[in-house]
Design a protein around this ligand. Sequence first.
Ligand code: Z5A
Ligand code: MG
Length: 216
Amino acid sequence: MEIIIQQTIKKMNRGLFIALEGLDKSGKSTQAKLLSQKLNAQKVSFPDRTTQLGVIISDYLRGNKNMSDEVIHLLFSANRWEQHTSIFNQLQNGTNIVSDRYAFSGVAFSAAKGLPIEWCKAPDAGLIQPDITFYLTAPIEELCKRGDYGREIYENSSFQHRVGSFFDILALQENFYKIDALKSIDEIQAEILNHISEKLKNNSLLQQKKLWKQVL
Ligand code: Z5A
Ligand code: MG
């Protein structure tokens, strides 16, 4: 199936931009890695901890740096703008991009702290809008059991519930494709590829769009 997808994307004259969003430990990074291999895509991750801003963000997430909710929100957004031109150019050159988290994480996490949703969206308005966004979700009580849960400051269950409710709101507003994160890794990957293939059958992906231009 991935070969048919790649051939269809080639006819679009630009790359496809896919974002993976969702709750902590829902398997975004696992799926992003597999999908980027299958679609011969460039993988990007947010936060991008490799830049100077990313190092500050990483210190904050590990509890080593205090910052106001507004300042850390703007840093997360700036960390995406750092990659904007590179993502834009790669898409124009026909390279597919798979993004492990994107601006929707920014909104869900900061809104969960009490910042207004429209305020949270504003600094990311004008970034490239993903063509398809997958939303991996499952009961937090199940996801807590996975991997190294609890290492970073946001990984506690009451905060994650609030984050989840804002992801649910965004899922409706932004037309995310929702995936049950408790399925097996292979089942989820197959569902993702299937949905991409279905989306490519209509013309809705022809125009590259920008995020939230209307909020400015
Ligand atoms: N944040 C923010 O506040 N504002 C922003 O703008 C952005 C982010 C962009 C760090 O993100 C934090 O930054 C994050 C949001 C906030 N908050 N927290 N906490 P991060 O992306 O760097 O976080 P992470 O450490 O990579 O965790 P994660 O992304 O939440 O995990 P994941 O990528 O979704 O899951 P995974 O690493 O692929 O898998 C987790 C474990 O589950 C691992 O052991 C896998 O082998 C296992 N796994 C994966 N899939 C499955 C299935 N299907 N079944 C069973 N087990 C599985
Ligand atoms: Mg991850």
